[in-house]
Ligand binder design. Sequence first.
Ligand SMILES: Nc1nc2c(ncn2[C@@H]2O[C@H](COP(=O)(O)OP(=O)(O)OP(=O)(O)O)[C@@H](O)[C@H]2O)c(=O)[nH]1
Ligand SMILES: [Zn+2]
Length: 198
Amino acid sequence: MAYKFKEEYNIEVTDGLQENYKNILEGIGEDVQREGIEKTPERAAKAMQFLTQGYKMDAEAILKKAMFKESYDEMVVVKDIELYSMCEHHMLPFFGKAHIAYIPDGHIVGLSKLPRVVDVFARRLQVQERLTHDILECINKTMKPKGVAVVIEAVHMCMMMRGVQKQNSATTTSGFRGQFEKIETRNEFLKLISSNLK
Ligand SMILES: Nc1nc2c(ncn2[C@@H]2O[C@H](COP(=O)(O)OP(=O)(O)OP(=O)(O)O)[C@@H](O)[C@H]2O)c(=O)[nH]1
Ligand SMILES: [Zn+2]
């Protein structure tokens, strides 16, 4: 399985999606022959493949590629990791920030790998709760740290542009394993990222 995001497209998938996007454009009353729209089915087909390529990626392999033996056993926090995903109910974007912490148990991981793991699970159709859980469990299972914590704050376009039309509500989800299940450790982490939380 791949571990790098690429601007590469499968011709058959592009062809299939393109036909469907053409139908969507016709369905909303667009003229699929007009200049600005002519190439839109192909553009949209490629964009959709890019935004969902996380399905084909292996988050565990990404972490394993850069795990190093180290005796450091204090909390490591990577905060403000921007994320872009799409809700599985409306296929509209939700986006925001992820904050991740772990307490190593013999191994640390290359810092860039944590945002990469976020992207693998974000670049597919998701709900914010499962995205949080996927990231948490992947780190827990692969690194077997003494503890891991994930907080995600996001806004959902399906709640802003349509539906309930609320422009100022944000959703926070979180998950804690191991030492972060202890209130003091959890609070230390939440304090470290609190400048971001509303
Ligand atoms: N829990 C959760 N819900 C989400 C997420 N993204 C979108 N939703 C919600 O999914 C729900 C789908 O509800 P439905 O009643 O089936 O769909 P709908 O008629 O389009 O709902 P409205 O958005 O209320 O108009 C909505 O309440 C959305 O706000 C998410 O990441 N997590
Ligand atoms: Zn939605």
